[in-house]
Write a protein that binds this ligand. Structure first.
Ligand code: FES
Length: 198
């Protein structure tokens, strides 16, 4: 009998044996490769660093806004003037199409007061700073209003030109097809001039 023949009694031939040994060796090899791959999937320091973003606020003037990238999304940070804060605080909840704060630093269901929108992870509202994810809640365009000279819309905040959504100075939807306020991402104040997003 050669290695290419089947045995007459149904026992594995030498060729079958070699084939089985090959599969077993492959399985062991796959296991040896799988562990480093699984191990690599555990978040290490560099991955965690990518999931957060530290931003120095000291260079942002009153009335100015900047854009940073966090987890592939733009985040707008605006240092609001006293007049802008007063206007936002005076806005009645009844004027808001979306009454939900949509602030990841607060428990769900918080109302979209200006203070709730300006609250960081420590539960403290810092009205001077408005931090929002810069993605329109309609179909995901990036609203204007962060760069100087931008159209900030009818409510002096951000304006999405894709279909005409107007957000106010607290990032709350006020007019247009967008159904919800801009999200407030999780962030904390590491110091008075440094925040960590994420
Ligand atoms: S995507 Fe912003 S209004 Fe449609």
């Amino acid at each position: 009998m050669t290695t290419t023949e089947m045995s007459e009694d149904g026992e594995p031939t030498r060729r079958d044996f070699i084939h089985i040994m090959g599969i077993a060796a492959t399985a062991v090899g796959a296991g040896a490769v799988a562990w480093p791959m699984i191990h690599q999937m555990n978040p290490d320091a560099s991955v965690l660093a990518l999931s957060t973003k530290e931003v120095d606020l000291s260079a942002i003037d009153v009335g100015q806004a900047i854009r940073v990238m966090w987890q592939g999304k733009p985040v707008f940070i605006r240092r609001r003037t006293a007049e802008e804060i007063a206007e936002a605080e005076a806005t009645p909840l009844s004027a808001l199409p979306d009454p939900d704060a949509r602030n990841e630093n607060l428990a769900g269901g918080a109302e979209a007061t200006d203070a709730a929108r300006a609250t960081a992870s420590d539960g403290e509202a810092r009205p001077e700073w408005m931090v929002v994810v810069g993605v329109c809640t309609h179909l995901g365009c990036i609203p204007l209003g962060t760069d100087s000279g931008d159209n900030r819309g009818e409510y002096n905040g951000w304006f999405c030109p894709c279909h005409g959504s107007h957000y106010d100075i607290a990032g709350r939807i006020r007019k247009g097809p967008a159904p919800a306020n801009l999200d407030v991402p999780p962030y904390q104040f590491v110091s008075d001039t440094l925040i960590r997003i994420g």
